[in-house]
Write a protein that binds this ligand. Structure first.
Ligand code: XMP
Length: 319
């Protein structure tokens, strides 16, 4: 019988049988899959699990702190947080091309993860949040986009210098099943049903060169948008919604003062499979509220636009 409780019980037994008394390493990203694996493995093997959480500085507002609060503080999971923001920013300096940015972010992510794991002793297993669709077809490969650890370690096996055996407790499950497991394991519903977030994070939502100033503004704008979407009951009606930083300066007048500042685009789509998507017909009042808040609360933004492009031909992300 398929119930989340049964699946969890079964997965726990399998993990215990595979791992025994030995140690497991997990790359925790804050996404649904790796979070569910963390919760599951913590229940199965407790302290034998060590998570490495690489913060590339391109996460959403307070996201890194939330990951630490949920896993390290609330659940008592061993999590090593690596603050790699400056390293990523340095490497991304002057880089404009989207695919180049993706490559740098993906490659550096793996480097940082590998460096951290090399510092740990006695690890025999690497856990992964691989789910069934990752195995039948890799979206990442189809898109030619790096999907960091996942694509690095599970497509075509492990690199030669890695001596880990894989633990993949979700590999027979679909996304909706993984979410049900997450809720059953006590993860907050809000986290488990979050919209997908790309591996390169805000890196592909800042057009062209990435700068900390841009990332900070985008984080704030995105936070306002998502907060208002949730408040209006629209978050669960959209498949993905986010803000995009458009590095173009536009004139505005605030309190009789001219402001020459950046542009934010709001993007919200409805889709089943993410291969095609319709722009979400959000209520004008909602867009208006978000726009007003962004422009009044963020001095660096003078204009907000709403993206009315569907996919195809426009992709969901702007890069
Ligand atoms: P596009 O922009 O191609 O996006 O219409 C389709 C879905 O894929 C996500 N996406 C990515 N996910 N690494 C990821 O892990 C990436 O480089 C990447 N690019 C796009 C996007 O957020 C959407 O859900």
């Amino acid at each position: 019988l398929w119930t989340p409780a049964n699946i969890i019980e079964d997965a726990i037994a399998k993990v215990r049988a595979q791992v025994g008394e030995r140690q497991v390493l997990l790359g925790l990203s804050g996404g649904v899959d790796s979070s569910v694996v963390a919760a599951l493995l913590h229940r199965a093997i407790g302290d034998q699990l060590t998570c490495v959480f690489v913060d590339h500085g391109l996460m959403r507002l307070h996201e890194g702190d939330q990951v630490m609060r949920m896993f390290a503080e609330n659940m008592g999971v061993k999590v090593i947080r690596v603050d790699a923001e400056q390293r990523f920013l340095d490497l991304l300096k002057g880089v404009n091309d989207p695919e180049e940015k993706r490559k740098i972010i993906g490659r550096t992510f793996i480097e940082v993860f590998d460096e951290e794991s090399a510092k740990l002793e006695g690890i025999d297993f690497l856990a992964q949040g691989t789910i069934y669709p990752d195995i039948i077809e890799s979206v990442a490969i189809k898109h030619g986009k790096a999907r960091v650890i996942k694509s690095h370690h599970n497509v075509g096996g492990l690199p030669e210098d890695m001596k880990f055996e894989l633990v993949e407790p979700l590999k027979e499950l679909f996304k909706d099943e993984v979410r049900k497991l997450g809720v059953e394991l006590g993860l907050p519903r809000e986290m488990v049903y979050r919209h997908p977030f790309p591996g390169p994070g805000l890196g592909v939502r800042i057009l062209g060169e990435i700068r900390k100033e841009y990332a900070d503004l985008l984080r704030q704008a995105d936070h306002i948008f998502i907060e208002e979407l949730r408040a209006a009951g629209w978050y669960d009606k959209t498949s993905q919604a986010f803000a995009v930083f458009v590095p173009v300066r536009s004139v505005g007048v605030v309190n009789d003062q001219r402001r020459y500042a950046w542009v934010i685009s709001l993007r919200a789509v409805e889709t089943i499979d993410f291969m095609t998507a319709r722009w979400a017909h959000l209520p004008y009042e909602l867009i208006e509220k978000v726009s007003t808040r962004i422009i009044t609360e963020l001095e660096g933004i003078s204009r907000v636009v709403y993206d009315v492009s569907s996919k195809p031909p426009a992709t969901i992300e702007w890069e």
